[in-house]
Design a protein around this ligand. Structure first.
Ligand code: MTE
Length: 306
């Protein structure tokens, strides 16, 4: 029996490599059908589950070569090209601010201790492209609980490493991006079981261009919320900073929930292009995770709080 829930969660024991994914895909193409489900191997059954939901993982090569990582430049190719030497070990993550106990964690110690799981999530960039990513990680909630929340833990702020030697664009004075990159969530969003910190994808360690060694993933929000290469997590009492919101508040809201009926001022959000696919598809409210998260925004006007 599959331990699978609406969140696209499968047990960590089933984390697989890309080649296994492709083999299973080939198997499905060879004609495994629902009628066979009882007898086909578990992995093929899983694959069937995924294709039913339209969660066919985007090829590894595309996820790792078409990136947004402004610390390396504004085009999609620079991150993969320029990030090869990013020093991701040792790497320290701090959790502080309004918590019971501040933590300073070594990334490897953390990864060894915390159970990892795979989450296959849709990912939607505010620019209109999308993909499906088999992340490996753990819930942000599980980490925040270790630090312990207080009545003042109302928002969570994340900060990317500031290191202009490694991130060339951070020292460019002509850019209008206030580095380090920062993002924030409301505490109920941060504690939601869909919100994860990812340390891998396709069963492998994250590559630098995807935000190694640890990045946020909030699947119902536009991709810019999913901040990369995090060093600091700070609990705050008041709404936190958010880089894109700071640069252009009329274009990028603090909430940034995927919403086909609220257009970006310069383009429509009603459709999206999945990397590697020819035809565009409809954008889903909350990126398809409405059943799980819509209640968080029950009394909010999402046209105002975009
Ligand atoms: N994090 C940092 N530190 N710097 C960035 O420029 N870009 C964001 C987000 N996280 C960004 C970042 C944007 S706009 C998107 S769409 C996603 O990362 C892209 O993630 P990917 O390159 O892994 O697909």
């Amino acid at each position: 029996m599959l331990r699978r829930n609406n969140y696209g969660l499968i047990p960590s024991s089933e984390i697989t490599s890309e080649s296994l994914y492709q083999e299973r895909r080939a198997f499905m193409k060879l004609g495994a059908s629902a009628a066979l489900m009882g007898s086909v191997p578990l992995m093929a059954a899983l694959d069937f589950e995924k294709s039913k939901r339209g969660l066919e993982p985007t090829p590894f090569d595309q996820i790792t070569t078409y990136n947004n990582f402004y610390e390396y430049g504004t085009d999609k190719e620079s991150p993969a090209k320029l990030s090869k030497n990013l020093k991701i070990r040792p790497w320290t993550l701090t959790i502080g601010g309004e918590v019971q106990k501040s933590l300073t964690l070594d990334i490897d110690t953390l990864i060894k201790k915390i159970p990892l799981e795979e989450r296959i999530y849709r990912f939607r960039c505010v620019e209109g492209w999308a993909m499906v990513v088999p992340w490996v990680g753990f819930t942000l909630a599980s980490l925040l609980k270790q630090a312990g929340l207080t009545s003042k833990s109302k928002y969570v702020e994340f900060e990317t490493l500031f290191d202009p030697v490694q991130f060339p664009q951070q020292s460019k004075s002509f850019g209008n991006i206030p580095f380090p990159y920062r993002e924030g969530l409301r505490i109920d969003e941060a504690m939601h079981p869909l919100t994860i910190l990812a340390v891998g994808l396709y069963g492998k360690e994250l590559l630098p261009q995807n935000g190694a060694p640890i990045r946020l993933v909030v699947p119902w929000k536009y991709g810019f919320k999913s901040i990369k290469s995090i060093v600091n997590i700070t609990l705050k009492e008041h709404q936190t900073r958010s880089t894109w919101n700071q640069i252009a508040p009329q274009e990028y809201g603090f909430y940034a929930n995927v919403n086909p009926s609220v257009d970006h001022p310069r383009w429509s959000q009603s459709r999206e292009r999945v990397l590697g696919k020819f035809f565009k598809q409809e954008t889903l409210a909350f990126n398809g995770y409405g059943n799980e998260v819509a209640h968080l925004y029950k009394n909010m006007d999402l046209k105002k709080y975009y």
